[in-house]
Write a protein that binds this ligand. Sequence first.
Ligand code: ADP
Ligand code: ADP
Length: 235
Amino acid sequence: MIRLHDVSKTYYPRGRGDGAVTALRHADLHVPRGEIHGVIGLSGAGKSTLIRCVNLLERPTTGTVTVDGQELTALSGAALNQARHRIGMIFQHFNLLTSRTVFANVSLPLELMGMKRAAIRERVLPLLDLVGLADKADQYPAQLSGGQKQRVAIARALASRPKVLLCDEATSALDPHTTGSILELLRDINQQLGLTILLITHEMEVVKSICHRVSLISDGELVEEADVGDFFTAP
Ligand code: ADP
Ligand code: ADP
């Protein structure tokens, strides 16, 4: 479902040649359909760069990214935007629009796709149900807890009916109890909707509790990959 082939990313913060930072080196990764795959590593290891290369929020310097059989690195403009509908993403700080209600945050991607009001309603209300926020449709993000905000973000990420969900430190801003309930929701989504999930985290517990497979990233390189059971068993 997700395939990275020989992906490298070099940032040039002060223009080409000066102060270049290679954040990702020759990354190969395959995440089959239906898998929850965790990438774990220390701060600065390149996790965020890796996950942002999957939906081309960052364009890889070299290498190819293929999602659901389509090579994204070969696309640009409208074709890339279209392909991105198959990829949802959630973030550490939720990235909700504060001036929009819960309903309107979730409907935003559908509005941008040009979907009609009635169809949007039909899509959004079941999603709010799924994430347990049916009674919060008219509230604003400021009225919600962190866990509720992340539920809104999950509903928004699912609005375009993606095949893949990318989670960028999605529980790092939450307390342990709330983290547990968000991870449970992600597991339900994986099982009920068959969504493939790629997540990055610096927390072992997150990987242990929901991932099927795990990759370790260190200094821009994917250095190890294993089933979660094997990864946490001492040799
Ligand atoms: P992680 O998510 O594991 O903390 P990142 O992918 O954010 O790692 O960062 C990896 C390396 O790339 C770090 O050295 C970081 O400073 C650098 N980096 C990340 N984003 C940029 C950027 N936009 N410009 C320059 N350097 C960056
Ligand atoms: P604004 O457009 O001023 O930001 P809102 O954020 O309240 O207003 O709503 C944006 C859009 O979402 C509007 O089209 C509104 O009718 C619709 N909307 C908001 N809440 C609901 C709801 N609970 N059920 C159906 N539609 C809603």
